[in-house]
Design a protein around this ligand. Structure first.
Ligand code: NDP
Length: 455
């Protein structure tokens, strides 16, 4: 008999539903089914694959409130964020549907014949999704993978399987054949690991912690499986004195505390030019103390709970009784995995709150003396996912953007994830890129065909 898991609502600790978890044998069965479905899907005309993905996007749109409510229940996301997430799945499906019809190869001038390249799908792609953004992160993997002609077996996080399961039902309803897109709830160390080790899975897309990502890369190496890894972050916001200081400072808290800080792109290190340090803290405090933390079903709520009691304990370990709390907002007491938005200062670059990914609503603020110092601090962790730079000096904006070792940089804003543009990290934040115009090609192998024209 399968193991089961009680999905908890993190805001209430009530059981939402119970799901069966895949055993290694079930993983093997589902991968075999996906492998059997591959030739038919690969050979489906690109225009028909595109039409089916667009049909799925239309169903996602029709069910956006249902999907968003599921996300609120299983992940504690605010309803505003959850609606954005459902819309993101729709947009990403529509965007990559177009890609199916534009997987263009090259015609390369060579002597003695004609040379052309093809983008061939891998076969079965395995996607392992974390709990922090269950719907969008699933979509960033399965939409381009399916558009390129692969079949997909997706393992959601154990704690947040429900939206992915519903998306798989919508795919079937849209007419995507059985076995082409499979969602398989399961434990990471059982179902996830089997997916990574399975010889018939040719490519793994993993989003999650850096430690697990390193393990996945090692396992995948045994049969040279391709991997894309989107891992942790410790991203900075850098505010220069020549910026619109009030606007920059007031934007900084939600760039950390959105999704309760459970965001790999959370700008959890706020670096501030020393001459404006006190001003920035004052503006930030006005925002943090006004934040509404509570019932995520309300449109007025800014921040919901953390995902689990264990995650709350981890986050709390970064704020021991002697932590230098500069200011701290409010959070409900009682049922639910709550933690208040917290700003720590002064902090040094050697403190673990500065170097480690906390993945909760805890920010640190640290002053810098000049541009070179800001860059040195920004690059002073093992991670390199995102960064925000606030300045009115366009030359400085570009200098700093080029010098910061991060995959996604935003100037005078906190943009990280836009489906039109590539997303991924430098250093320990990952390998490979998702989203953007090239992502569909990452789900293919390049094949070169030479045809002799000799008589
Ligand atoms: P994990 O990296 O453990 O989990 C991410 C996904 O990988 C889940 O689906 C998980 O399954 C699966 N998984 C776990 N172990 C294996 C394995 N050996 N083989 C294959 N798949 C596996 O992240 P956690 O949920 O434990 O979160 C821990 C920390 O990771 C967070 O506090 C945060 O710092 C970071 N994190 C970063 C994310 C990011 O977007 N960069 C996202 C999530 C977490 P299961 O859920 O069943 O364990």
């Amino acid at each position: 008999m399968s193991d089961t898991y009680d999905v908890l609502n993190p805001a209430t600790e009530e059981v939402v539903t119970t799901v069966s978890l895949a055993s290694p044998e079930e993983v093997d069965f589902l991968v075999a089914r996906a492998k059997a479905a591959f030739p038919g899907w690969r050979d489906t005309a690109p225009a028909d694959r595109a039409r089916l993905l667009r049909a799925m996007a239309t169903l996602v749109e029709a069910h956006r409130e249902e999907l968003a409510n599921l996300e609120v229940q299983e992940a504690g996301h605010t309803i505003g964020n959850a609606l954005w997430e459902a819309d993101n799945v729709r947009n990403v499906l529509n965007y990559y549907a177009g890609g199916a019809e534009r997987l263009l190869g090259h015609q390369i001038p060579v002597p003695g014949g004609i040379d052309i390249t093809f983008h061939e799908p891998f076969g079965v792609v395995g996607i392992i999704v974390p709990w922090n953004f269950p719907m969008p992160i699933a979509g960033w993997g399965f939409a381009p993978a399916l558009a390129a002609g692969n079949t997909v077996v997706l393992k959601p996080a154990e704690v947040t399987p429900l939206t992915a399961m519903r998306l798989a039902e919508l795919a079937l309803e849209a007419g995507i054949p059985e076995g082409v897109f499979t969602v398989m709830p399961g434990k990471g160390r059982i179902a996830g690991q089997r997916l990574v080790e399975h010889p018939d899975v040719r490519n793994i897309v993993f989003t999650g912690s850096t430690d697990v990502g390193i393990g996945i890369m090692k396992s995948a190496a045994s049969n040279l499986k391709r991997v894309t890894l989107e891992l942790g972050g410790k991203s900075p916001t850098i505010i220069f004195a020549d910026a619109d200081v009030e606007a920059a400072a007031k934007s900084a808290p939600m760039a950390v505390f959105d999704n309760s800080g459970q965001d790999c792109c959370a700008r959890s290190r706020i670096l501030v030019e020393r001459s404006i340090y006190d001003d920035v803290l004052a503006h930030m405090e006005s925002v943090v103390m006004g934040m509404k933390v509570g019932d995520p079903t309300l449109a007025s709520t800014d921040m919901g709970p953390l995902i689990t009691a264990a995650q709350r304990d981890t986050v709390a370990s970064f704020v021991p009784p002697d932590a230098p709390i500069m200011f701290q907002g409010d959070a409900p007491t009682g049922k639910g995995f709550w933690f208040p938005p917290t700003v720590l200062a002064p902090i040094t670059k050697d403190d673990r709150q500065y170097t480690d990914e906390i993945f909760g609503p805890v920010a640190v603020v640290i002053p810098f003396d000049n541009e070179a110092h800001a860059i040195e601090l920004a690059n002073g962790t093992d991670y390199g996912l995102a960064a925000s730079i606030f300045t009115k000096d366009v030359g400085r904006a570009f200098r700093v953007a080029r010098a910061v070792e991060s995959g996604v940089i935003s100037v005078n804003s906190h943009s990280s994830v836009r489906y039109w543009t590539p997303f991924g990290g430098f250093k320990m934040s990952g390998i490979g890129r998702e989203l953007g115009p090239d992502a569909i090609e990452h789900f293919t192998e390049t094949k070169n065909v030479f045809v002799s024209t000799a008589e």
